[in-house]
Design a protein around this ligand. Sequence first.
Ligand code: NAI
Ligand code: MG
Length: 358
Amino acid sequence: MPRTSHRIALIPGDGIGGEVIPPATAVLDTVGRRHGLTFTYDTFDWSCERYAVEGAMMPPDGLDRIRAHDAILLGAVGWPGVPDHVSLWGLLIPIRREFDQYVNMRPISVFDGVQSPLKDALPRGVDGGVDLVIVRENSEGEYSTIGGRFGHGEGEFALQESVFTRAGIRRIAEFGFSLAEERRGRLVAATKSNGIVHTMPFWDEVVSESAAAHPGVTWHLEHIDALAAKMVLHPGDFDVVLGSNLFGDILSDLAAAVAGSIGIAPSANLNPSGEWPSMFEPVHGSAPDIAGRGVANPLGAIWSASMMLDHLGHREAGAEVLEAIRASVRDGHLTRDLGGTASTAEMTHAVLDRLGEH
Ligand code: NAI
Ligand code: MG
């Protein structure tokens, strides 16, 4: 039996991060009441605002303060004036790496009532429709600190190394194939072994070994450039898409845009062993262009909270939240990024109302 009481670390972060986290906790509390779950929240002000005052995104013992929490719910970090690599490497990446959150999982669905920019991107259920999950390796690969800048003047150059380990590829491939088994049994792994001659053939080889242990999954390798094009042309063809850190990052924003808005897209940074807390966050950033106006779409954060419920063992509650999101947009409650006029508060109430109706 999963536990019924959970301690959650909240990191609203910057900009609209602080506007979408309260809707997510309101939804957690509402669905929690129906399922006998209680959540206690500890809020941390780690952000670019803090960086401007203290010179660091989080305190030196920050990771220790959230190590014992059951999960982390994060809004968005990044703000003009603080270089993006500072906010990323000062907060998000340390959390992902310290807590060995080696899976970045991003489900993408086209919802009934949401207009995709692509005419052939249909909701699931309509001619197959779009319902896929990007599984991105989240701990190694192209995002490494190995390298540097050398020389000077016209002779200056930069070197950036990628690190792919057998164990690292193996565990993300295992996660991807197991997930495909639970879903529709199909997987595509992104590669670029024609152009990147050391790491990518190695990736292909280890992924193929994992595939052999999952004979029920139909799968193939596809070069990232062709895969990107297919995701735009035939997004309904995909089930699980497996990618390295960089390829998975790019594909997930592409797929989120295909689904209609980055404002809806959720993500989970998972430590599948459960030894350390996993972190749940909307895919979008701090959106300085709309921050402070109460118009941000809260659905990406709410869907992330639904993924958190799944991870904590409350799948029924998680599914109810996702269904409430679906029903709200189907009934025409849409924020501006989706072509509607609803405010953050109105959108949140639409979801809360539907949760109450169950
Ligand atoms: P962004 O995702 O913040 O915004 C891109 C566009 O989408 C903007 O026009 C914005 O208004 C819109 N948008 C995003 N989320 C929305 C929502 N929930 N509702 C309605 N519209 C929404 O990406 P951008 O502008 O490239 O980055 C802004 C800052 O956020 C940067 O500092 C960046 O580093 C940071 N960032 C942080 C991320 C994170 O915390 N995981 C992810 C992406 C960006
Ligand atoms: Mg990204």
